[in-house]
Design a protein around this ligand. Structure first.
Ligand code: ACO
Length: 312
């Protein structure tokens, strides 16, 4: 038996904010944002739409895709750094909304690597046969901690949610290996300030990310005796196209085999990997039996990667 993804779903708010819109509020240009980050537009939630609302919509779609009922869930893990409130958790809020009455529920905070942390935590419960079905959601409403006067950060961020259901899959399919890591000494490079703003040393985070993402990709494939030639599809955290390209180049795979949603969504933090995965599946980019690598990094500093063989 393996442990794998048996359903996916995602949701992003309707409201589109383009680079041109941002030109009106900070000293920036569409050209600068596109060329330095790959971002063209992002989705920004309205005031009355919080993380739990977005998480619920993505979760509902993932349950439908997995063809299981909310009552069949044994656990809900929500990766987020922008919960509606510290408690109750977003996981408890959506447990109630979904009617997942048999599920334990908690939030996981590892910034943009949060979804990887959530997914690997879920895997352990299923592998030990404690649980059968676990919903893992990545959601962030970064717009509520964005300093809209800071051009260094406000052009990068967006809101959204992505979800997967993990369950048993056949032998040889599902998660093959993982890596999770943290370096608390880099905490001051990316954090939430006392004023509740996201503060970032872009250059340092960039240097860390272009080193860590490619390395983590190689680590997870080498752990299971695979070569970079064996990787069919890459789903990297969508923070900056130049960082994503560093991972793609290390694996030496063509452009069309890397998930790319950054142009439409910007950096969705915990949500970016599951949104990119869900869209890739919708677009028929991933086939049964493919070796897929998911990789992310974020504030903490944190990082995580998974190699999996797609299919049930
Ligand atoms: N528009 C125009 N100019 C800008 C903007 C902007 N929006 N933002 C910064 N600049 C300026 C800077 O002020 C700087 O000007 P200066 O030289 O006069 O000081 C100049 O552009 C170049 O700045 P750099 O930092 O060298 O630009 P760089 O090419 O590195 O791009 C960026 C900056 C996009 C932030 C990049 O460093 C990056 O992507 N870093 C990683 C960010 C990231 O991945 N964060 C992920 C975590 S977010 C989370 O966890 C929720």
């Amino acid at each position: 038996m393996g442990v794998g993804i048996i359903g996916t779903g995602h949701y992003a708010p309707d409201n589109i904010v383009t680079n041109k819109d941002l030109e009106k509020i900070v000293d920036t240009t569409d050209e600068w944002i596109r060329s330095r980050t790959g971002i063209e537009e992002r989705r920004i939630a309205k005031d009355d739409e919080d993380s739990s609302d977005m998480a619920y919509k993505a979760a509902k779609r993932a349950l439908e895709d997995a063809s299981i009922k909310a009552e069949d869930l044994d656990m809900i893990l929500v990766a987020t750094v922008t919960p509606d409130t510290p408690f109750p958790s977003v996981a408890c809020m959506i447990q109630e909304k979904l009617g997942a009455t048999n599920a334990a529920a908690m939030d996981v905070a590892a910034a943009c690597a949060g979804f990887m942390y959530g997914m690997i935590t879920a895997q352990q419960f299923i592998e030990t046969k404690a649980y059968k079905h676990i919903l893992v959601v990545g959601v962030d409403k970064l717009s509520k901690i964005t300093d809209w006067t800071d051009r260094n950060t406000c052009v990068l961020l967006g809101d959204g949610a992505g979800a997967v259901v993990l369950g048993e899959v056949s032998e040889g399919k599902g998660i093959l290996s993982f890596e999770l890591g943290a370096d608390g000494s880099g905490g001051e490079e990316l954090y939430q300030s006392k004023e509740d703003h996201l503060v970032m040393n872009g250059r340092e985070v960039f240097k860390f990310a272009v080193r860590q993402m490619p390395q983590s990709c190689m680590n997870v494939i080498e752990k299971v005796g695979l070569q970079k030639e064996d990787v069919d599809y890459l789903v990297p955290h969508q923070a900056n196209i130049r960082i994503m390209e560093a991972a793609r180049n290390r694996l030496d795979i063509p452009e069309e085999r890397m998930a790319k949603t950054i142009q439409h969504y910007g950096n969705n933090s915990s949500a970016s990997i599951p949104i990119a995965l869900s869209e890739s599946l919708q677009n028929g980019k991933i086939n049964d039996g493919d070796v897929v690598v998911l990789v992310g990094f974020g504030g903490g500093l944190t990082w995580g990667a998974v190699a999996l063989r797609w299919g049930k």
